[in-house]
Design a protein around this ligand. Structure first.
Ligand SMILES: C[S@@+](CC[C@H](N)C(=O)[O-])C[C@H]1O[C@@H](n2cnc3c(N)ncnc32)[C@H](O)[C@@H]1O
Length: 222
């Protein structure tokens, strides 16, 4: 990404966040930009994001992740799990935007978690930790919210999240394409997941930028 393009993207993302009520200070904007640069650098050796989309990392990955915070403002002290985080998406951008909320990033792939740890340390973030584990193997922890971006069908995510969430907990996913069959399948499987989800809402996000035309935020409720 050229410096010119990156500066434009930074301004655009900051103004989009501000327009929608998410105020980020200069330090947070610097951290988001630094994260996008590190993601792009590490991506040369560890496959963290699609190389085709590298040209607009700040918009397509960082801002895409931040959109969750526009629909669901995280509370201080809330415990959030990013299930299948890869290179820290959506967890790291959200941990930057919500410094008083606690994030745990998990992924089944060790080199991705090592990359996340390196970026977390360089960004100086103390509210986010990363652990190599499969969701099915994570035990003895509960979360107020489980997040997931591009990991598994909703039905599978609900089966993982159900035993990791508090009684009022939510599953929030970033998804693409026509979701009607996926949502029907998740609803049909609810009985096998202790009634989860009791309800599902979807929010189209194409109005933020044409690159999100096919994308939605899906929220599954107890
Ligand atoms: C397509 S990548 C998406 C990564 C990231 N969320 C993003 O949006 O860039 C899917 C990731 O989910 C991880 N994953 C898939 N199933 C998992 C499971 N059951 N438990 C933990 N991680 C899982 C994979 O290792 C992979 O890194």
């Amino acid at each position: 990404m050229t410096h010119f393009t990156q500066a434009n993207e930074r301004l655009r993302i900051l103004s989009l966040c501000r327009e929608h009520g998410m105020e980020l200070d200069d330090h947070q904007a610097d951290q988001l930009e630094q994260y996008a640069v590190m993601l792009s650098t590490i991506n040369r050796s560890v496959n963290l994001v699609s190389r085709k989309e590298e040209a607009s990392l700040l918009l397509r990955h960082v801002f895409h992740s931040l959109l969750i915070g526009l629909y669901y403002p995280f509370r201080p002290e809330e415990r959030v799990l990013d299930l299948g985080t890869g290179g820290g998406l959506p967890g790291i951008p959200l941990a930057i935007a919500f410094p008083e909320t606690n994030f745990l990033l998990i992924d089944a792939t060790g080199k991705k978690i090592r990359a996340c740890r390196e970026m977390i340390t360089k960004l100086g973030l103390s509210n986010v930790h990363a652990k190599k584990t499969r969701a099915e193997e994570l035990k003895g922890m509960v979360f107020d919210t489980v997040l997931s971006r591009q990991v598994a069908p909703l039905k599978t995510l609900c089966s993982y999240a159900e035993r990791l969430l508090t009684p009022e907990g939510l599953l929030i996913c970033l998804k693409g394409g026509d979701l009607s069959e996926e949502i029907d399948a998740a609803r049909a499987a609810a009985a096998a997941n202790h009634g989860f989800p009791a309800d599902i809402t979807t929010h189209r996000i194409g109005h933020f930028d044409p690159c999100f035309a096919e994308k939605s935020i899906v929220i599954a409720y107890r």
